[in-house]
Design a protein around this ligand. Structure first.
Ligand SMILES: O=c1cc[nH]c(=O)[nH]1
Length: 218
């Protein structure tokens, strides 16, 4: 089951509509910043699921008991589109480690199929940590599943994984749920769109997140 963040009547909806709107998304700085802001809101929502323990801190007036998170966090993303979204999570999890995966889509010679070319993984040890795998566009789900498996192969077993996207397709969510059934993970998205185009872009989606954030590829 995917957790769709409730965007009704909140500023999250403003950020989402600006990254989707064809006349606003061309402003690259605003586009990146909006992805970052969605990451910040989602970081806050996901933080509510962590384990906390009581600690006493001293104010200038008196001691007070506060609840602080117990687990370490690693934020992982796929280059390059994931970078601004990743930064949004880093803005809230000050001490998080980061993992980066380099992968790209390649259109298959077989009509209606897509392949994922997977290059490299850079990850800290994930053992017992909260892994936040953040990918702004969950389209087919194929790169996400490969990325998850590669991260665990190289970084060991996290306590729990949160997969977070800005926009997910229903097909992508169903693919991830089927392929990773039984894994200790939770899926989160700020928006769930119904379709994919014949080039496997999310429909209506927002277009190409990497190009909008950083410029066209050769
Ligand atoms: O719609 C999509 C799907 C994957 N990546 C994107 O940037 N957009």
């Amino acid at each position: 089951m995917v957790n769709v963040i409730d965007t009704r009547n909140s500023v999250l909806n403003t950020f989402l509509s600006e990254i989707r709107a064809v006349d606003i998304q061309q402003d690259r700085m605003r586009f990146r910043r909006n992805l970052e802001r969605v990451g910040e809101v989602m970081a806050y929502e996901i933080s509510k699921t962590f384990d906390y323990s009581a600690r006493t801190i001293q104010t200038p007036i008196n001691p007070i008991s506060v609840m602080l998170p117990r687990q370490e966090v690693v934020i992982a993303t796929v280059l390059r589109a994931g970078l601004p979204f990743h930064q949004g999570f880093l803005n809230y999890f000050d001490h998080a480690g980061s993992a980066f995966v380099s992968a790209r889509r390649a259109y298959s010679r077989v009509e209606g199929q897509i392949e994922i070319r997977f290059d490299s993984v850079y990850t800290p040890d994930l053992t017992g940590k909260q892994l936040l795998l953040v990918d702004p566009m969950l389209a087919t789900g194929k790169s996400l599943v490969i990325t998850y498996r590669e991260l665990l192969k190289q970084g060991n077993l996290p306590a729990h994984t949160h997969i977070a996207s800005v926009i997910a397709s229903r097909q992508g969510v169903e693919y991830v749920e089927k392929e990773l059934a039984g894994e200790p993970l939770t899926l989160w998205t700020a928006a769930l769109d119904e379709a994919l185009t014949d080039k496997f872009y999310i429909d209506p989606g927002l277009g190409d997140a990497g190009d909008l954030a950083f410029g066209d590829k050769k």
